[in-house]
Design a protein. Structure first.
Length: 247
């Protein structure tokens, strides 16, 4: 326990310093530092291959195409998302995209009919996304997330570096606006996710993703009608609710 607390304190001091050093630096600088210096060989990008994913994937391809990219296939994704993944991987020349799937034993025990999402979305996210990703991240000291402050009130104070579950999370695009994301994609010839044009600015699993009306919060189509804004991957262990069983 003492070693664990010491390790956490060390990580928090490291994050504080990194946030001070890189608060005014651009996303490419933050990524390059994380990939080639601070966490070289010990960091992965976690990507949903969703609406905004092409930006970070492109940046990483410019720094090191061998960077591990972890993609969680919950078994409930839109077919368009998997086809988009394949298109981007080919276009960007990414060499280490790892498809992470739920444990068959967990599905057999807790979701044998594949309908857990209809009765308990937190539990469904936990076995289909949180647990598989936690296992996949086991060998890494840090990971990269595409979260941004503008996406939701729960992300408004997001820092570029955070401590979570014994490792550091890097958020290079924390201060990017939606317009900046679109402009970067346009400038670099990156294809949009096919569902964006159909009214899906935030794309998760098919049963729990709805279209968003103009003027609505971009993430309002996720778990619509529920008091839920995150799948659990980005919750700390101190969070409340079923999805708090996080990595």
């Amino acid at each position: 326990m003492e070693h664990s607390q010491s390790h956490k304190a060390s990580l928090e001091a490291q994050v504080k310093l990194l946030n001070r050093m890189y608060s005014e630096r651009d996303a490419q600088d933050i990524l390059e530092h994380a990939l080639t210096e601070q966490f070289s060989g010990e960091i992965a990008l976690v990507s949903s291959f969703g609406a905004d994913s092409s930006v970070l994937l492109h940046m990483i391809s410019q720094i090191d195409v061998r960077t591990p990219v972890l993609f969680v296939d919950t078994g409930k994704l839109f077919g368009e998302t998997k086809r988009y993944r394949d298109e981007l991987v080919e276009q960007l020349g990414l060499l280490d995209v790892r498809v992470i799937t739920p444990e068959p034993e967990d599905l057999a025990e807790k979701d044998p009919k594949g309908a857990l999402w209809a009765s308990d979305t937190d539990a469904c996210c936990h076995i289909r996304k949180v647990v598989p990703l936690a296992k996949a991240l086991g060998g890494f000291e840090a990971w990269i997330s595409g979260r941004k402050r503008h996406q939701a009130d729960t992300r408004a104070s997001l820092e570029h570096f955070e401590v979570e579950e014994g490792r550091i999370k890097v958020n290079p695009l924390a201060n990017w606006t939606a317009a900046e994301v679109l402009q970067y994609a346009k400038d670099n010839g990156l294809p949009p996710h096919p569902l964006v044009a159909e009214g899906y600015p935030s794309i998760g699993c098919m049963p729990c993703t709805d279209k968003v009306a103009p003027g609505e919060d971009p993430r309002s189509g996720r778990w619509r009608g529920q008091n839920k804004t995150e799948c659990g991957i980005h919750f700390s262990s101190a969070s409340k609710g079923g999805a708090a069983q996080s990595i």
